[in-house]
Design a protein around this ligand. Structure first.
Ligand code: PMV
Length: 330
């Protein structure tokens, strides 16, 4: 039996623009998905999941009967979760040259699902690591990141950047531009606070909306390029450890994401709460629509203010996690 874990992430800068070749800077946070894998002596797969936004479910498939899920949670969510897990296991079988391996899987996660914190990437990265180790093979994190990206690409119909999967596998602060992924070393702690509205956005739909806007309006094209400029400015602020400047740039980034139509009432309301609580800056994180915002605040003020904000379901401090994927027990 092998358990591996991998962190979720927030986007400091650059979501959506990264889809069009601009750089993005995601940061791993100390909220993890843990996947436990035990090889079976048949070729079936049994999954038990205990996700924050799911009630928990057990699914079994494979073998001759090809059982379908008997669950008490919405089918699309389960199907999406199963798609990620199934493809991650396929990657593990491929890497270990064990095409018929069956598994018992347990997924535990303290990352809200579909809320811009990279929950699916964390499950896939941890699943590939645990699955391959269970089959006696150890992959380096770069290869895990690459295989996890293939999974997201497959499950999300090609609408995936390498940002989530690379960040989850490597940990820390990373820079992603197209296929060029690297860690940004030497960043000291970033005082993140996350506000979560309990909802989620449809990444595919939101990405398609921005693409359409870009095709129709030059301002949208320019907005995407301006987000790229913010990211480049942000990189030098990171190098200079200039938190005030980072916060200002996050505020700009949120404004431009709003202009592209991907914010939402609760996200905007949480961003304004953070600003009024004297956060250094705040923005939505991930695809948008609903889900999470991230603010930068050294004090407890933003977290406390968010806790009293209508529409905010949870607020928590999220320390930067310098560890990426790691084995918890073997
Ligand atoms: O909401 P998330 O964590 O899936 O992030 C989506 C980020 C986008 O830039 C909108 C799409 C992508 O794959 O980069």
């Amino acid at each position: 039996m092998t358990t591996s874990s991998a962190p979720g992430k927030v986007y400091l800068f650059g979501e959506h623009a990264v889809v069009y070749g601009e750089p993005a800077v995601p940061c791993a946070i100390e909220r993890r998905a843990r996947v436990t894998v035990e090889e079976r002596d048949d070729d079936r797969v049994r999954v038990e999941a205990d996700e924050l936004t799911l009630d928990g479910f057990t699914v079994m498939w494979g073998g001759e009967s090809g059982d379908r899920p008997d669950v008490n949670v919405p089918t699309p969510l389960v199907e999406a979760a199963m798609g990620y897990i199934d493809n991650a296991l396929e990657q593990a079988r491929d890497a270990a040259d064990a095409p018929d391996a069956g598994f018992d899987i347990t997924v535990e996660s303290d990352i809200p699902l579909g809320a811009g914190l990279g929950s699916s990437a964390a499950v896939v990265v941890a699943g590939i690591d645990a699955g391959t180790r269970e089959l006696g093979v150890e992959l380096d994190p770069i290869e895990i990141a690459d295989r996890a990206y293939q999974v997201e690409y497959e499950v999300q119909d090609g609408q995936a950047s390498r940002a989530d999967t690379f960040c989850s596998a490597m940990g820390g602060v990373v820079r992603v531009q197209g296929d060029d992924c690297r860690r940004i070393e030497g960043v000291s702690n970033l005082p993140f606070v996350v506000g979560y509205d309990g909802g989620s956005g449809d990444t595919g739909e939101l990405v398609a909306g921005v693409r359409k806007l870009k095709e129709e309006y030059e301002f949208a094209e320019n907005t995407v390029e301006s987000i790229g400029d913010i990211v480049r400015n942000g990189e030098s602020a990171l190098r200079n450890d200039d938190l005030e400047e980072l916060g200002r740039l996050m505020d700009f980034n949120h404004g431009l994401l709003s202009a592209l139509g991907v914010s939402g009432r609760t996200l905007d309301s949480m961003v304004w709460t953070a600003r009024e609580a004297d956060a250094l800056g705040a923005k939505l994180t991930g695809a948008g629509g609903g889900g999470c915002i991230v603010a930068l605040d050294r004090t407890e003020q933003t977290k406390t203010a968010l806790e009293y904000t209508p529409g905010c379901e949870a607020a928590f401090r999220a320390e930067l996690d310098t560890d990426g994927v790691r084995v918890e027990s073997e």
